[in-house]
Write a protein that binds this ligand. Structure first.
Ligand code: SAM
Length: 217
């Protein structure tokens, strides 16, 4: 269902230096029209000393997949990165609205583009690929992994954050996603103690992935 831009309500995320980003969400629409906790946890991790972001983000080339409201990519661009936030076409108005809302706080460059997993091609690789809470339906897993791979070079880092869910087929989906990723990528689980002190949770996990050397793409 397309995100309806008629009734918006907002959520704020405050950077460590007190700069406040305002993110609009839709009352009516599909899952991407609200901010998910995994996006907040990963967004706050980008600021941690563990991730050494102060130096890393300035000028870094970043793409976010399944961005929804765009909160994660907007946070990253506000830290100085050059970011493309992407999602299904129906989320372009919401992503563009949130870029506009926060443009004065963004020091890097940012744009919103349509990217449907397994379909669109960008023909370019990025320093960072950000993915928050995108492991949730079976048919999308292979196209999602294929798209992640297509955006990576040997020096890319994939940062993936997901909320662990125990109901229905969700554990199986998670297992399948990691199995697919580990065919091509090394996996590192970010320990809880390395994450933001306030915005972390036992059931929200951050992983870093790097392409296994000499994997053909
Ligand atoms: C649970 S939401 C997470 C949104 C956002 N990353 C967050 O954490 O707040 C999943 C997102 O994946 C997007 N998505 C689902 N299937 C997709 C596909 N085939 N191609 C591109 N995006 C897709 C949805 O539109 C939605 O924005």
């Amino acid at each position: 269902m397309a995100a309806s831009m008629d009734n918006l309500f907002s959520r704020e995320i405050v950077r460590n230096d007190e700069v406040c980003l305002k993110i609009n969400q839709c009352e009516i629409g599909d899952v991407g029209c609200v901010v998910w906790d995994a996006a907040i946890v990963l967004a706050k991790y980008l600021e941690t000393k563990d991730f050494d972001c102060g130096k890393k983000w300035k000028g870094a080339r970043v793409v976010e997949l399944g961005a929804g409201t765009g909160i994660l990519g907007i946070m990253c661009a506000s830290l100085g990165a050059d970011v493309i936030i992407t999602d299904l076409p129906e989320f372009l108005p919401l992503m563009q609205c949130n870029i506009k809302e926060n443009i004065k706080k963004i020091s890097g460059r940012i744009s919103a583009e349509e990217l449907t997993w397994g379909k669109g091609k960008m023909d370019v690789s990025f320093d960072f690929i950000l993915v928050a809470d995108c492991i949730y339906y079976d048919e999308s897993l292979e196209p999602l992994v294929e798209t992640i791979r297509s955006l990576c070079s040997q020096s890319s880092t994939v940062l993936c954050c997901h909320e662990q869910r125990t109901t229905g087929n969700k554990p199986e989906l998670e297992r399948k996603f990691f199995e697919l990723m580990e065919k091509y990528f090394t996996k590192f689980k970010v320990p809880l103690e390395s994450q933001d002190v306030q915005f972390r949770s036992d059931d929200i996990h951050i992983h870093q992935f790097h392409l296994i050397k000499n994997t053909s793409t």
